[in-house]
Design a protein around this ligand. Structure first.
Ligand code: ZN
Length: 668
């Protein structure tokens, strides 16, 4: 189903537009529970040639790391992707039913950067038969895939046996999280061994190195050994290319600070030295004046069951000047928010440092940000750097815009919101309050509060991510309803926040379940956090006059918010609890909160939500295709402009990336 075509000004269109408006097709492809969208890059044409060129070089560096994430997600992913792509291109009968099922599976592999669902972490199984795959194997170019016939027997169970490598990141209590996870951050290492190893290597100095951030831990001849991600180490072929494009980018950097950021990142890729990484992260936090910015490297640790090693990701972006006024206003008032939060004064930061917030337009998404991407980022992750130097927080406005445009009129809110009143409220304020909540979450929430002496971010172990996300969400929820938001001119009136309150409760307790298969638990940290908040609130509502309650209307289940101010008080209470858990590193309390409210799903609610959702025929997960950037050169080879094009299709894009940006060997 293709919908929502809008017009943009001709300045953005580059393919022979003849001054006519160009259509951007926002809805690109649809398969399984996934939908592929396109995003617009507004204001790219207003950048200087130097900024455009810088973006172009950085996008090349972003694409060169694509293979790394595939291999990090599972060691067989590159072999499977290459085999399928080769069959996809060479198989003679493109109408064969089995072939079409393979195409669908391959699209899913592209979407997930591997064979496990990008969100549920479960392995998805092919719908085509093993028998067909065995016969199609002959069409896979063995030179291109770097595989021999004997590899077929290795790949078959990995793809077809539901019991083999069935979970990318296991977070279930009571089992060995490493031996039961398919991700490739550890090989032949037990959880106890890895934990002991990293405990022994933990840096307790004032400026600690993040040991393990850029390494795979393996056991060879009974000895644990780190394989460092660097030029000359693991993933060398990809990192060499990244460095090549970073060198080019350095040559057109906007200023000296940005130049030194890029140089530090180059040095880190060359040496793998974590002290250099800290220096890079600090230089990056300090680079506030540049219009163009980027993330490129081993960053978020959600993909590692122990939360130590970073998944490779990249995002190139530039400041959205108009919208940045909004977040700057929040950042300028960061201390006020810290001082007035409902948490125990012992857990507050005396002085909130350098919270810098901006709204950006993404120019390219790469690695763990592609095709599925976050709508806000807050980095760096090292707590001591955040404390000493602050952090950079971004809201990615062109991505949230694309979601909103693609979702216009899809009937979702009408189906799940209690009445026309909530639907209207959300229609009126929803985009603004969603963005505003993201701003609060990213630029104030994650940066708020402090850990007591001796407490580290690792103390909450497997529940750390869920608790941290809940903390940031609750901070945003508590403050979006504060009169201060109207006073600062961020929200237009005292009603608007209700749109966000209703949506968060509905989503956390109900509608996010459309992403979960019947009978399954919630695994992903952000989803756990949202259910934790909603279910805790529901359980702590006033018995006589509940602030929020379940109601049935015309046979359908809804949430009804009776008292928005009361709901805000509950959010404040839970924020105080979650902040205490974080500040004191209270693992037992974190575990109890997560296990009581965040993991298990009410099967009756779940079944009904799925049934109603199915009738709407929507995809619960979205991802994106990137625009294509092409340099225009003069006869001497100098770049005179960078063209941006929005017409590349989904399969087309992935095949091109696999052809032009696939430097790694099949097995690493
Ligand atoms: Zn967050």
């Amino acid at each position: 189903m293709k919908r929502t075509i809008i017009f943009v000004t001709c300045a953005l269109c580059l393919v022979a537009c003849n001054n006519k408006p160009k259509e951007i097709q926002y809805n690109v492809d649809r398969f399984y529970d996934l939908e592929v969208l396109r995003y617009d890059v507004p204001d790219f044409d207003q950048l200087t040639l130097q900024q455009k060129t810088l973006i172009y070089y950085l996008t090349e560096a972003a694409l060169q790391g694509r293979d790394i994430l595939y291999d990090q997600n599972c060691r067989y992913n590159l072999a499977i992707r290459r085999t399928l792509e080769s069959i996809y291109c060479n198989y003679p009968d493109k109408q064969d039913e089995q072939y079409l099922l393979m195409e669908k599976y391959l699209k899913r592999v592209w979407f997930s950067n591997g064979i496990h669902h990008h969100y549920s972490e479960d392995k998805f199984l092919p719908e085509f038969s093993e028998e067909w795959f065995r016969s199609a194997w002959q069409y896979a170019d063995k030179q291109q895939t770097q595989l021999s016939d004997s590899d077929l027997e290795t790949l078959i169970p990995v793809m077809f046996d539901p019991a083999v490598l069935n979970k990318k990141v296991n977070q279930a209590s009571g089992v060995d999280l490493l031996l039961t996870s398919a991700c490739n951050y550890y090989q032949d290492v037990t959880q106890a061994e890895a934990e002991a190893y990293y405990k022994a290597h933990r840096d307790n100095s004032a400026e600690p190195l993040w040991n393990g951030l850029n390494a795979q831990l393996v056991k060879r001849n009974g000895v644990l050994e780190e394989r460092t991600y660097k030029v000359g180490g693991l993933y060398s072929d990809a990192l060499e290319k990244v460095v090549y494009w970073l060198e080019k980018a350095k040559g057109v950097a906007e200023n000296e600070q940005q130049q030194s950021v890029i140089q530090k990142l180059i040095d880190f890729n060359l040496t793998g030295d974590l002290k250099t990484f800290n220096e890079y992260a600090i230089a990056w936090v300090k680079d506030l004046d540049s219009r163009v910015d980027f993330v490129n490297g081993f960053t978020e640790v959600y993909g590692d069951p122990l939360g130590i090693t970073g998944a490779w990701e990249s995002m190139v972006n530039f400041k959205n000047l108009e919208a940045t006024k909004r977040t700057k206003c929040l950042a300028d008032n960061a201390q006020w928010f810290e001082d007035n939060s409902p948490t125990d004064p012992a857990y507050k930061k005396g002085e909130v440092k350098g919270v810098s917030a901006k709204v950006i337009n993404a120019a390219i998404l790469g690695g763990d940000c592609y095709p599925s991407t976050p709508i806000g980022i807050n980095l760096p992750n090292a707590n001591w750097i955040r404390k000493e130097y602050g952090s950079k927080s971004v809201t990615i406005e062109n991505i949230t815009d694309a979601y909103a445009k693609a979702a216009e009129g899809n009937g979702f809110n009408e189906e799940f919101m209690y009445s026309e009143e909530e639907v209207k409220l959300y229609r009126k304020y929803g985009v603004l309050t969603d963005n505003c909540h993201t701003d609060l979450h990213e630029c104030l929430g994650h940066g708020s509060g402090k850990l007591l002496a001796g407490v580290t971010k690792d103390d909450l172990k497997e529940h750390g991510s869920t608790i941290e996300e809940a903390r940031a969400d609750l901070f945003g929820l508590y403050y979006i309803a504060d009169p201060k938001m109207v006073e600062l001119g961020i929200l237009p009136n005292k009603e608007a926040y209700k749109a966000e309150y209703y949506k968060q409760m509905m989503n956390g307790a109900m509608t996010q379940l459309v992403r979960i298969e019947p009978g399954k638990d919630i695994e992903e940290a952000h989803m756990r956090n949202r259910q934790l908040i909603a279910n805790w609130v529901l359980e702590h509502c006033d018995e006589e006059n509940p602030e929020v309650e379940w109601v049935r209307k015309d046979g359908k289940l809804y949430l009804r918010v009776n008292d928005y101010e009361g709901l805000r008080k509950l959010y404040g209470q839970l924020l105080a609890i979650i902040q205490q858990v974080t500040s004191t590193g209270d693992y037992d309390m974190a575990k109890e909160l997560v296990e009581t409210y965040a993991v298990k799903v009410d099967p009756k609610v779940h079944r009904e939500v799925l049934e109603r959702y199915q009738k709407l025929d929507l995809a619960p997960y979205k991802g994106f295709v990137n625009p294509v950037y092409t340099p225009v050169t003069d006869v001497a080879g100098n770049i005179t402009d960078i063209k941006i094009d929005y017409t590349e299709g989904y399969a087309e894009q992935h095949l091109r990336y696999s052809r032009d940006y696939s430097p790694l060997p099949t097995f690493n």
